[in-house]
Write a protein that binds this ligand. Sequence first.
Ligand code: GAL
Length: 665
Amino acid sequence: MRVGVAYYPEHWDEAYWELDAKKMQEIGVSIVRLAEFSWSRMEPEEDVFTFDWLDRAIDIMFRHGIEIVLGTPTSAPPNWFMEKYPDAYILDDRLQPRYEGIRGHRCVNSPSLAKRSVVIVEQMAQRYAVHPAIIGWQIDNEFELSLCNCPNCEREFREWAFKKFDSLEVLNNAWGTVVWSGEYSNWSQLHTPRGGKRQLNPAFQLDYHRFQNQSLAAYQQLQIEILRRHCPGKFVTHNMWEDPLAIDYYKLFEPLDFAGTDYYIASNPEQLPTSAYNGAYYLDQARGLKQQNFWIMETNSGFGNSCWGPARRTMPPGFLRAVMWQCISRGADVVMNYLWRGSMSGSEQLSSGIMGHANQPSTRRLVEYTQICGEINRLSDSLDGTTLNNDIEIFYSHEIHRALQIQPQIKDGLNYDKIQKFYHTAFNNLGVGTDVIHWNSNKLNSYKLIVAPYLFLMNHEMVYRLEGFVSAGGTLVLTNRSGIKDMNNNVSPTLAPGLLANIAGLTVEEWDAIGQDGQHQVMSRNGRIYKITDWADIIAPTSASPIAWYNNDYFAGRAAVTVNNLGKGKVYYIGANFELDYLIELFGQIVDDLKITRIPNLPNGVHASIRRKATKFYLFLINFTDERKTIVLEHACYSLFDGPIPMGPLNLPPFGVEILCEGTE
Ligand code: GAL
């Protein structure tokens, strides 16, 4: 367990470097990430390399016992490069260039970008391969899908489609191009999705998205190969930031050593505790990328203005500590803060760092941060090597995410990301841990419960796997808008839930996009009434039994939620979008039926999660509210902060954190 920071020596006079390193060492920061935006300082002109400043910065850090993650600078190609190689500009769907001046202004399909990226990464790798301070690499910064329409993308997309379909006849058939005379008779007619129209053929759009994902992975792979060749024994990772996760980060992290993510949550009272619950989902997703612990490459260090939006509230006392322990509680082994000191110039100059711009020696933030670094370093011996082990899996598919963006279903969209977070929050409230895993994961059978909202796209293989999981005793939760389409993003020819109808034991006779008027209700089997919004499937059970019924409108009395016995397991089907309390009722019953351990009676806004090592476990309790919360302990425990704690009420102050175990540390 370690703490690190992002540091930009090139933004500061060299006189600062030694003082900064000394201060970091003093407060317990033991890792810095350097150089991920400094291409122009390392290669000011083509093939002219100036690494002397970086050598000196690295040596200073090394002398102070600080280890280094080097970032490859490819998200910020310098001006000389863009001038000389304009094929690297991203062209948007109106063929307008995304000009330099910020970052991320480069098309990953540009051969010039590939060529010059190889050169700069190789130069760095060769130079620093054996430096004892360098522990690993971060490739680029926060990859995003550029959805570029430049001639290189167009050419590559045609090749990609040719490889996938082999002939235009197969492509026309798979995409259903007959509609609106969209049939291609020559490959030259195939373009990227220009014009910005959401109504473009959904099958074509989804495949273009898949192509862009593959392009990104190929660009990353270029860099991985260089780093692996020159720097054996050093880790290679990336810092993802994509919330919602539209990129196939599961694929991108496959060849990397561990997942790295950036993590920023809002502390504004009106956004809490939702932002913390959503954050918990995001952290579970980061752990799910490789199904192992991960690193936080960047997290909050304060707030302020930034070029990305208006000023947010400054973090209240305790908030930073809650955030950093939240990361660890959900599987982070290293937490790095963004950034050591806010820059004096550039777009993000008004963002705050751990150190203020004026370098004041004892701000509230620095005092708190010093305490947190001390705690994390002190508790490393206990927590190192611990992992999370959950019985519940939430399915994630970036392809479904994208398909629902292409066709949002209702006015404000059936938001895949929102429903994922909402279902996750229900489990979080119940005090039970969940993993967020790619839907193609081959580890289905290690879970007791799979929750799979909006399985909009479906194929026979997935049905077969789900059926196997349930027949062997697993429990599966499905929802409305499942089995609607095939993997080409074309509608399935059978009644919803299409290929899933058999395992769900029902068909959807009709559906109604009921909207947000708040008028619609459902009665649960406990006789309670709950509100529903957005969508209502009017279910015709075949073998399933209803467990909740619509309460009004022309479908009053019809099934809204069902359960179907299948082999040794069960399949639940949730036909409408419910308020949280219903999900808590339903999932609470399922979790208890399955005898899944949970921390009962968690107050709203308090998060629980457990890290384990052999028979030892550590229960993290984090209060993400600005009020005191009380939890009743059923046994006497040992707090890693405060020592023995008796059975009975345990008070958590605003943003308070506890880590409890049995016995002693
Ligand atoms: C991150 C990004 C950093 C910095 C930070 C500040 O998403 O990776 O470079 O921009 O946001 O908000």
